[in-house]
Design a protein around this ligand. Structure first.
Ligand code: PMP
Length: 419
C-alpha cells in the first residue's frame, strides 16, 4: 500500500529526495491528461512531470510506435548508423530557429546544457559564463555553477572563477522596465570588465524553477546585441519551455531572437529520456574531438521524439497551448483572492505567485496547503519559485477547456476556504 511505499522511500532514498504532499498518492496509471492512484482515484495532471508530458501520458499514437521500435532494435550507440536519430536531426533542423541545423543528442537537460557550454568554450576559446539570478540549468558541476537559485546549489564549492551572475529583469518591488534597465546595466558592466574571458551567456527564455518569469519582449534582443559586441555566445535553455509549451514551438520565438546554441530536453521524448543541443554549421565545426553520449538519441528515444513532433503538428498543439493558455490565465486573474499576488506566463506555462495575507510576502507554507487541497480535489499542480511559493500550471497540451474550468473552480474553492 501507499504507506508501505512511503516508508520504503524514507529508508532507501537519500533524505534529499523530496516529494510533493504530506500524504502522497501512489500514481499507478496515466492516460493523456489524467493520472490514477492506487485506489483508482482520478487526477487531472496540471504539471505534466515538470513540462515533460506535452502530448499526454501513454498517448497511444506515440507509445505504440515506441513499442514497435523496442521490439525491432533497442540500442546501438551513435557509433553505428540507425535511421531514427538521423531523421530526428533532420526534423529538428526544419523547426529550430534561424540557421541552427546541427544537433548533438544526449539524455538529460543537465547533460545537454553541459555540452552546450563546452561547445561555447571550444568555439570562443574563452572559458567564462554569465547567467541570471533565478535561473536553473541542471545538477552537474558546471550547470549547478550557473544555477542562480540558492536552494538548488547543493554546496559552496561550485565554480566561481569567471562565472558572473546578473539580476533577471524582474523584481517584485519595481516595474519590469526598471528591472530590465538594471539587468542590462549589470550585463554591460560584466562584459566591459570581463568580456575577454567569457564564452557565453546561458539563460532560460522563461525561468521555470525561478517562478515562471518571462522577460520584457525587447530584453533578449538587447542582450544578444551586447553579447555580440564582445564575442560572447548566447545559449538558450529551452529544456522546460520547448515543443509547444508557450504557444510557440520554441519560447525564444516570442522574443524574435536567434540564439547561437539552443538546448532542449523534457518534452521532446514525452517521458522517454532524450535531450539535444543544436547550433549552426559554423559553430558545430568547433566541437572537433570525438564525442558520444552512450544513450543519446538511441533508436527508442529518437523514434518516440519523431512521433512527438508529428503529434504536435497533426493535433495543432501549439495553437492549442496558445488559446487554452489565454483562457487559463484570464480565469486565474479573475479569481478574487488576497492570496494571489500575480499571475504570470504565457501559453500553458502559467505561474501564480502566492502571498501570505498577514505578512504580505511570498508564502511557501500557503502554497503547500493549496497544493495538498487541490490534490484531494483531484488536481495535481506544481510549485516553483525561489522559495517554492508559486503555483505552476504546466499541463499536458492535450487538456481541454473543461479541464481548465474545473481546475480554476477547484482553486477558487480552496482559496475561499483559506480566508
Ligand atoms: N534546464 C531547465 C530549464 C530545467 O528546468 C531543468 C530541470 N528541471 C534542467 C535544465 C535540468 O534537466 P535534467 O533534470 O533533465 O537534467
Amino acid at each position: 500500500g501507499p504507506e508501505n511505499i512511503l516508508s520504503i522511500r524514507q529508508q532507501y532514498f537519500f533524505p534529499a529526495t523530496s516529494h510533493f504532499y504530506k500524504n502522497p498518492p501512489q500514481i499507478v496509471k496515466g492516460f493523456m491528461q489524467y493520472l490514477y492512484d492506487q485506489d483508482n482515484k482520478k487526477y487531472t495532471d496540471f504539471y505534466g512531470g515538470v513540462s515533460v508530458m506535452n502530448c499526454g501520458h501513454s498517448n497511444p499514437e506515440i507509445i505504440n510506435e515506441t513499442a514497435e521500435q523496442l521490439k525491432d532494435l533497442q540500442h546501438t550507440t551513435t557509433l553505428f548508423f540507425t535511421q531514427p536519430m538521423a531523421l530526428l536531426a533532420e526534423e529538428l533542423a526544419k523547426i529550430l530557429p534561424g540557421d541552427i541545423k546541427r544537433t548533438f543528442f544526449c539524455v538529460t537537460g543537465s547533460e545537454a546544457n553541459e555540452g552546450a557550454m563546452a561547445l561555447a568554450r571550444l568555439h570562443t576559446k574563452k572559458n567564462g559564463f554569465i547567467a541570471l539570478n533565478g535561473g536553473l540549468h541542471g545538477r552537474t558541476h558546471l550547470t549547478l555553477s550557473v544555477t542562480g537559485i540558492p536552494m538548488w546549489r547543493l554546496d559552496d564549492n561550485l565554480m566561481k572563477d569567471n562565472i558572473f551572475f546578473i539580476d533577471r529583469p524582474y523584481s517584485p518591488d519595481e516595474s519590469y522596465e526598471k528591472a530590465m534597465e538594471k539587468s542590462l546595466e549589470q550585463l554591460k558592466k560584466v562584459l566591459e570588465e570581463h568580456g575577454n574571458n567569457i564564452a557565453a551567456m546561458i539563460l532560460e527564455p522563461i525561468q521555470g524553477n525561478g517562478g515562471i518569469i518571462m522577460y520584457p519582449l525587447n530584453y533578449l534582443k538587447e542582450v544578444k546585441r551586447l553579447l555580440e559586441k564582445h564575442g560572447v555566445l548566447l545559449i538558450i535553455d529551452e529544456v522546460q519551455t520547448g515543443y509547444g509549451r508557450t504557444g510557440k514551438m520554441f519560447c525564444i520565438e516570442h522574443y524574435d531572437v536567434v540564439p547561437d546554441i539552443i538546448v532542449t530536453a523534457k518534452a521532446l521524448g514525452n517521458g522517454i529520456p532524450i535531450s539535444t543541443f543544436s547550433t549552426t554549421d559554423e559553430i558545430a565545426q568547433s566541437f572537433n574531438k570525438p564525442s558520444a553520449s552512450t544513450f543519446g538519441g538511441n533508436p527508442v528515444a529518437a523514434t518516440t521524439a519523431l512521433n512527438v513532433l508529428k503529434y504536435i503538428k497533426s493535433h495543432d498543439l501549439i495553437s492549442r497551448a496558445e488559446k487554452l493558455g489565454k483562457i487559463l490565465k484570464q480565469q486565474l486573474e479573475e479569481i478574487p483572492s488576497p492570496y494571489i499576488q500575480e499571475v504570470r506566463g504565457i501559453g500553458l506555462m502559467i505561474g501564480v505567485q502566492i502571498h501570505a495575507v498577514d505578512e504580505n510576502q511570498p508564502s511557501h507554507a500557503i502554497t503547500d496547503v493549496i497544493l495538498e487541497e487541490m490534490k484531494d480535489l483531484g488536481f495535481l499542480i506544481g510549485k516553483n519559485g525561489l522559495d517554492r511559493d508559486v503555483l505552476a500550471f504546466q499541463p499536458p497540451l492535450v487538456v481541454t477547456e473543461e479541464d481548465i474550468n474545473e481546475v480554476v473552480a477547484a482553486l477558487k474553492k480552496v482559496l475561499a476556504k483559506l480566508s
